[in-house]
Design a protein around this ligand. Structure first.
Ligand code: BES
Ligand code: MN
Ligand code: ZN
Length: 501
C-alpha cells in the first residue's frame, strides 16, 4: 500500500509529481474544495479549452500550468454528480493512469468528510497493481504512486482522520482480495490458501482453525470431500473467528453475531463434467468469495467493530481424475442430507452446503454466503452488477443498502419456490442441478435447503451473494477497477457489519 496522508496546505503548492483535480460535467467546473477559488476557475478554463467534458472515466494529463508546483496536472471527470462513488471512480481512474509518478496530491473536491473518505479510497483502490509475477524490470516500470497526499481543509479534523484510517483498512481488504484472486492457481491451492489465511488472521487477532482433507472426510463434510477428491491437492475448511474485546460498550443485549461463508474453489476445471477450454481460462477466480470473506473479517477486526463475526472458507480444487467424483454419485453433506451429483461442474453449491451447515450450527443473527456460483448470474446481470438472494426481505434490503453506501452494485433477485421441484432426485434428497433457465435462482434455492432453524426456533436469516461476473474484470480498467480480480463483496459485507455495529 502506498503511504497516504491528509494535508491542509494549498494543493497547488505541493511538490508532488502530479496534482489531481476533479471536473464535473456538463458545465466543466472544478468543485470548490482544496484549491483557491481563482486558481480553480483558471484550471476549469484550461479544461474547457482542452475540450474536456467532465465525464466519468475521462482523464487527461498535461504539463502543470502557471500556478501549479507539481510537474503534471491531471484532470479527471466525475460525471454530473459528485457523490462518493463518482469521486471514488474519478480519483481512482486518475491515480491508476499515473504509472510513472512517484507522488500524487489529490485536491479534494468538496468540503465534507465523505468527500475526503471517497478520494482516499478511490486513490488507494486505483493505485492497485498486480506485479508479483512480473520480471523485475517490468515490475518497477509499473509500480505507480508510492505516496499519496489528500489535500483538504479538513486535514486537522478528527472525523476526517478517522475516515482516512478506515479508507486504508477498506482498501487493503479489497486489494488483498484482488491479490488472492489474481494469484495463479498453481501457486494458490487449498492448503496454501489456508496457510495464508492463518498468517493474516494471526496478525490481526483473528482466531483460526483449519480442517484438513482427512478430518473433513472422517467428520462427514461430504461436499468438500467429493469436490476435492479429484485433485492431488486436498480440500480444506477454514473457520475464522473475530470476537470483539476491550472497550465493551454494551453487554446486553449480547453483541450481534454474523457468519460469512465463502466459495473457495482455487481452480474450477468442471471436474469430469469438464468445461470447454475457453470457459476454463478465468477459473482461478472461483475462490473470490472465500477471499472476500477472509479480508472482510480481517477488516472488521482492524476496525474493532462491536460485532462477532465467524468466517468459513470452503476450499477445494475441482479436477477430473481417476479419483474424481462421477456424475450420478450420491454424496452426504455435513448434517446428513444426501445429494445426487448430476453435474460435477455445479461444485460450488456442494462445498457451500458443508460450510453453511457448519456455520449455522452456532448461535447466529444472520448468515451470508458469497460465491462465484453461476454463469447464469452473468446472463442475468452482466459483469458489473452482483445478485442478492435471501430468505429474509429485511436482510436482502440491508445488503442492497450496504452496497449502495459503500460503492458496490448489488441487485435483489427472487428465490421462486416453484423451481425447487426441478432439483428433485429419484435417489437422493436433492440433485445438484435443475432447470437451466433461472440457473442463478435454482442455485440459490439449492443453498436455501441447507439453512437450518435457529436454536430458539424460526428460520435463520440468510442471504446469498452471486458475484460470478463482477469478481473478475476481463476487459479494460475502469474507474478504480483494474483488470483481473476486483475484490467485489468486501465493501458490501463490511458495510452490513458496520450497520449492525
Ligand atoms: N464457477 C462456475 C460459475 C462461473 C462461471 C463463475 C463463469 C464465473 C464465471 C460454477 O462452478 C459453474 O460451473 N456453474 C455451472 C452450473 C451448472 C453446471 C448448473 C454454470 O453456471 O454453468
Ligand atoms: Mn463449476
Ligand atoms: Zn465453480
Amino acid at each position: 500500500t502506498p503511504t497516504i496522508k491528509l494535508s491542509g496546505k494549498n494543493a497547488a503548492n505541493s511538490r508532488a509529481d502530479a496534482l489531481v483535480v476533479a471536473l464535473t460535467g456538463p458545465e466543466v467546473e472544478l468543485v470548490p474544495g482544496a484549491l483557491p477559488a481563482d486558481l480553480a476557475q483558471a484550471l476549469a478554463a484550461i479544461a474547457r479549452r482542452l475540450d474536456l467534458g467532465g465525464r466519468a472515466d475521462e482523464v487527461r494529463t498535461i504539463p502543470a500550468p502557471q500556478g501549479v508546483t507539481a510537474d503534471l496536472l491531471v484532470f479527471t471527470g466525475t460525471g454530473e454528480t459528485t457523490g462518493p462513488e463518482a469521486l471514488r471512480r474519478a480519483i481512482g481512474a486518475a491515480v491508476a493512469s499515473l504509472a510513472a509518478s512517484e507522488s500524487v496530491v489529490v485536491a479534494v473536491p468538496g468540503k465534507d468528510v465523505a468527500a475526503v473518505a471517497a478520494c482516499a479510497e478511490g486513490a488507494l483502490l486505483g493505485a492497485y497493481r498486480y506485479v508479483d509475477y512480473l520480471g523485475s524490470g517490468k515490475a518497477s516500470a509499473k509500480t505507480g504512486p508510492a505516496a499519496i497526499t489528500i489535500a483538504t481543509g479538513l486535514a486537522k479534523d478528527a472525523a476526517a482522520k478517522d475516515a482516512l484510517d478506515r479508507a486504508v483498512i477498506v482498501a487493503e481488504a479489497v486489494n488483498g482480495t484482488r491479490d488472492l484472486v489474481n494469484c495463479p492457481p498453481n501457486d494458490l491451492y487449498p492448503e496454501r490458501f489456508a496457510e495464508l489465511a492463518g498468517t493474516l488472521a494471526a496478525q490481526h487477532g483473528v482466531k483460526v482453525s483449519v480442517t484438513d482433507d482427512e478430518a473433513l472426510r472422517s467428520r462427514g463434510y461430504g461436499g468438500l470431500t467429493a469436490v476435492g477428491q479429484g485433485s492431488s491437492r486436498g480440500p480444506r475448511l477454514v473457520r475464522l473467528e473475530y470476537s470483539p474485546t476491550g472497550r465493551r460498550g454494551r453487554k446486553s443485549p449480547a453483541l450481534p453475531h454474523i457468519a460469512l461463508v465463502g466459495k473457495g474453489i482455487t481452480f474450477d476445471s468442471g471436474g469430469l463434467s469438464l468445461k470447454p477450454g475457453d470457459s476454463m481460462k478465468t477459473m482461478k477466480l472461483d475462490m473470490a468469495g472465500a477471499a472476500a470473506v477472509l479480508h472482510t473479517i480481517v477488516a472488521t477486526a482492524r476496525l474493532g467493530l462491536p460485532v462477532k463475526v465467524t468466517a468459513w472458507l470452503c476450499l477445494a480444487e475441482n479436477m477430473p481424475s481417476g479419483t474424481a467424483q462421477r456424475p450420478s454419485d450420491v454424496i452426504t453433506v455435513f448434517g446428513g442430507k444426501t445429494v445426487e451429483v448430476l453435474n460435477t461442474d455445479a461444485e460450488g453449491r456442494l462445498v457451500l452446503a458443508d460450510g453453511l451447515v457448519g456455520a449455522a450450527a452456532e448461535q447466529l443473527d444472520a448468515i451470508i454466503d458469497i460465491a462465484t456460483l453461476t454463469g447464469a448470474q452473468m446472463v442475468a446481470l452482466g459483469n458489473r452488477v452482483s445478485a442478492v438472494m435471501a430468505n429474509d426481505d429485511d436482510l436482502r434490503a440491508e445488503l442492497v443498502a450496504a452496497a449502495d453506501t459503500t460503492g458496490e452494485q448489488f441487485w435483489p433477485m427472487p428465490l421462486p419456490s416453484e423451481l425447487r421441484a426441478s432439483m428433485d432426485s429419484a435417489v437422493a434428497d436433492i440433485a445438484n442441478i435443475g432447470d437451466r433457465f433461472g440457473g442463478m435462482l435454482v442455485a440459490g434455492l439449492f443453498l436455501a435447503e441447507f439453512i437450518g432453524e435457529k436454536e430458539e426456533g424460526g428460520r435463520l436469516p440468510w442471504a446469498h451473494l452471486d458475484i460470478a461476473g463482477p469478481s473478475f474484470n476481463e476487459s479494460g480498467r475502469h474507474g478504480y477497477t483494474p483488470k483481473g480480480g476486483t475484490g467485489v463483496g468486501v465493501r458490501t459485507m463490511l458495510g452490513l457489519i458496520e450497520h449492525r455495529a
